[in-house]
Design a protein around this ligand. Structure first.
Ligand code: S3P
Length: 445
């Protein structure tokens, strides 16, 4: 899906209390995986609640190009008829993942186990992001890579393995994308493929592989890690997938309600998988009034209805081992920290440098241009909270949806309005962000 080239600036101003109940869109991680696993299964997979954002739609398009039948059957409802493990067909067009590292890296894993050749490409942001971290293990499994441009960057050509080898792989960084790429390639390999991670990352691939019929075992490894072993060459069968609301999208209305005085909102069906709830833990430590009533579990883990009321926040220290469980939430946490009293120290944020933008620098710049004191010390980010934010800054979004949304949330409670240079990338993950926030009472425009 081609992203519209036209930048779309917007301003957020001080708002009255936010109120109401909303359901943010389906989880992005689960949506990508549901499409990919559906495409690798035999029979029909029916997905409800799919995130229909640009990132996921690009994955759907790639699954079609690889031979799966992918159909939209209703609002957020999709049906996939898959080709079976290792059954992808040679794509006739380059696979364009737009802005999405997750779609690109997971599909690289799935393609690496098939005897086909595919060209992988993306937008200007994705073309700067490191792919070596995924290509290294995939080459050990027998895939071959020809770089089109700079080594380890898109565009590149991947030759999948004719006889993929199972491996035991220790991920060099806590990354669900690396883990998932190895496991998806391992589906086509005979015997056991094992991934060891020293810090547990989100486990949606493991849970969903099980849901689709694979044999996969996850055990603890060291104080914070996991050892995951997949038995290769299973017959995956089509499944029903109900996608819960995305906690990484819920993060924006949650922080908005905390910082806009008098707010009281409810978010329904938010996924509360413990490997995704680092932000909620941190905000509660800061004094946030967040109540969660858990409902039920499914392939994505438990979910909850979450009530958030405006709160006086205080600065805290966030330990590095919490990073994998809130890796996409530091930008909006930094906004909450700016409205808190006292410093918030966020440790171990090196992975933020290789996201849709260099989020460590971009977060610091977003706050500085709005009058907040902030420091980057090595891989740590220190925000000096003073209970209010002056605002009046223009934030550069660097093709990064989460910077745009974080800056707009900040503007809802800052003394002067906050402007962002481009909101168009919000469509990659949260297409209805602006109308949904307006419905809660946000003053945009
Ligand atoms: C994701 C994993 C994370 C996260 C991304 C989604 C996933 O990336 O930042 O938004 O769905 O596997 P890393 O695995 O590179 O940390």
């Amino acid at each position: 899906m081609t992203h519209s080239a036209q930048p779309s600036p917007l301003q957020a101003r001080s708002s009255g209390p936010l109120a109401g109940e909303v359901r943010v869109p389906g989880d992005k991680s689960i949506s990508h995986r549901a499409l990919i696993l559906g495409a690798l299964s035999v029979g029909e997979t029916r997905i409800s609640g799919l995130l229909e954002g640009e990132d996921v739609l690009n994955t759907a398009k790639a699954m079609r190009a690889l031979g799966a039948q992918v159909e939209r059957t209703g609002e957020f409802a999709w049906s996939i008829r898959g080709v079976g493990v290792a059954g992808f067909a040679q794509p006739q067009v380059p696979l364009d993942f737009g802005n999405s590292g997750t779609g690109c890296r997971l599909v690289m894993g799935a393609v690496a186990g098939c005897p086909i050749t595919a060209i992988f490409d993306g937008d200007a942001s994705l073309r700067t992001r490191p792919m070596r971290r995924v290509l290294d293990p995939l080459e050990l499994m027998g895939a071959r890579v020809r770089a089109g441009g700079e080594s380890g960057r898109l565009p590149l050509t991947l030759n999948g393995a004719c006889d993929p080898l199972p491996i035991l792989y220790r991920t060099p960084v806590a990354s669900a994308q690396i883990k998932s790429a190895v496991l998806l390639a391992g589906l086509a390999a005979p015997g056991a493929t094992t991934v060891i991670e020293t810090e547990a990352s989100r486990d949606h691939t493991e849970l969903m592989l099980k849901h689709f019929g694979a044999q996969i075992v996850s055990t603890r490894e060291g104080p914070h890690g996991r050892r995951i072993t997949l038995t290769g060459q299973p017959e995956l069968h089509g499944a029903e997938v109900v996608v819960p609301a995305d906690p990484s999208s819920a993060a924006f209305p949650i922080v908005a309600a905390l910082i806009v005085q008098g707010s009281d909102i409810v978010l329904s069906d938010v996924m509360t998988n413990p490997l995704r709830t680092g932000l909620m833990t941190t905000l509660r430590e800061m004094g946030a009034a967040i109540e969660a009533s858990e409902r039920r579990g499914d392939a994505g883990g438990p979910m909850a209805q979450i009530r958030v009321r405006a709160s006086k926040l205080r600065g805290v220290e966030v330990p590095p081992e919490r990073a994998p469980s809130m890796i996409d939430e530091y930008l909006v946490l930094a906004v909450a920290a700016a409205f808190a009293e006292g410093p918030t120290i966020m440790r171990g944020l090196q992975e933020l440098r290789v996201k849709e933008s260099d989020r460590l620098e971009a977060t610091a710049a977003m706050l500085r241009v709005n009058g907040v004191r902030v420091e980057i010390a090595g891989n740590d980010l220190i925000v000096e909270g003073r209970g209010h934010v002056p605002g009046n800054g223009l934030v550069a979004t660097h093709m990064d949806h989460r910077i745009a949304m974080s800056a707009l949330v900040m503007g809802l409670a800052s003394d002067q309005p906050v402007k962002v240079d481009d909101t168009s990338f919000i469509a990659t993950s949260f297409p209805d962000f602006i109308p949904m926030m307006r419905g809660l009472g946000a003053a945009f425009g």
